[in-house]
Design a protein around this ligand. Structure first.
Ligand code: NAP
Length: 272
């Protein structure tokens, strides 16, 4: 009888020396509100052992109630190796809808290993009456769409997406990020705000009014945490340039944490 836990027939569930079933390891690719909500939903369960993976983009990520690992895996092969080494029973891709590279890697690693994968992805926002949205491909197109005349622009983007706006130094920029933008954008008029969502509509309207914002550049992230700026824009009649969502691989997809939990129960078998 081995003294350490050994894999069972399905190679995912492990048993202790006593034969008592131990938890299935679930890898959650995170960095989102949904990943945290899923981790919260699974944290108390004895049959599942969730681990959340973060890319390491933010210096002080908000805490998760389950073990975390931080940093890239080294492409799809690196992720596949991690899944095998840690005997992962199911993979949940709960990354941001614009983290297309990680989602592609997740689908490929799942195909390489046979580990079942589910994408937990927020549906995109849809415009309603009063919205002045224009869909664009990304930052370079946003620079063109802003035009040549100086405008007051709120860049609600990640730090990695700001550099193209240096090509349009005539605008005044308001830039919000979780961690400081370093180096600063090489433009003469940029103001930086450090903040972490969720952001509500009233506070967003106050921010936009205080900075006399004329146009917002943002991603169609979906969900509620960052929707406030769009209700505020609607109220104030402000134009919004929204990045089109990137293509992501076709894997089974759900939009809510409850559906992801139900899928896990089916995928790892013997759940609730
Ligand atoms: P990305 O472009 O799709 O991924 C680039 C590389 O970063 C991946 O190939 C992978 O490196 C690593 N990576 C990404 N997510 C990871 C994760 N959860 N765990 C471990 N490694 C990860 O990703 P991104 O758009 O830069 O987003 C990075 C993280 O920020 C994600 O966790 C995402 O959910 C979160 N986030 C992104 C946005 C956004 O707008 N893109 C917004 C909010 C939060 P290897 O190939 O070496 O494995």
């Amino acid at each position: 009888m081995p003294s350490s836990p050994t894999p069972t027939m399905d190679n995912h569930r492990v048993e202790g020396a006593s034969g008592a079933a131990m938890a299935h390891t679930i890898l959650i690719l995170g960095g989102t509100t949904e990943a945290r909500a899923l981790a919260n939903a699974l944290a108390g369960r004895g049959d599942l052992a969730p681990v959340v993976s973060l890319a390491g983009r933010t210096a002080k990520p908000a805490a998760y109630p389950v073990p975390m690992r931080i940093g890239g895996f080294g492409g799809p092969e690196g992720l596949a190796a991690w899944l095998r080494t840690h005997n992962v029973a199911a993979l949940i891709d709960a990354t941001h809808p614009y983290a297309a590279q990680m989602s592609t890697n997740a689908a490929q690693a799942a195909a390489l290993t046979g580990v079942p994968v589910l994408a937990l992805r927020r549906p995109a926002w849809e415009p309603v009456a009063g919205d002045r949205w224009t869909e664009i491909a990304g930052a370079a197109e946003a620079v063109t769409a802003l035009g040549t005349a100086p405008r007051r622009v709120f860049l609600a983007l990640g730090r990695q997406e700001l550099a193209p706006f240096e090509a349009a130094p005539q605008h005044a920029y308001l830039i919000r990020s979780v961690d400081p933008v370093e180096p600063k954008l090489a433009v003469p008029d940029a103001e930086y705000v450090l903040d972490r969502g969720p952001f509500d509509g009233a506070a967003e309207a106050a921010l936009l009014a205080r900075h006399r914002i004329e146009v917002i550049v943002a991603k169609n992230s979906g969900g509620t945490a960052t929707y406030g700026k769009l209700t505020a824009a609607r109220k104030l009649g402000i134009e919004v340039l929204l990045f089109r969502r990137p293509a992501v691989p076709e894997v089974q997809e759900v939009g809510t944490v409850a559906e992801a939990v139900a899928w896990l129960d089916r995928a790892v078998g013997g759940g609730r």
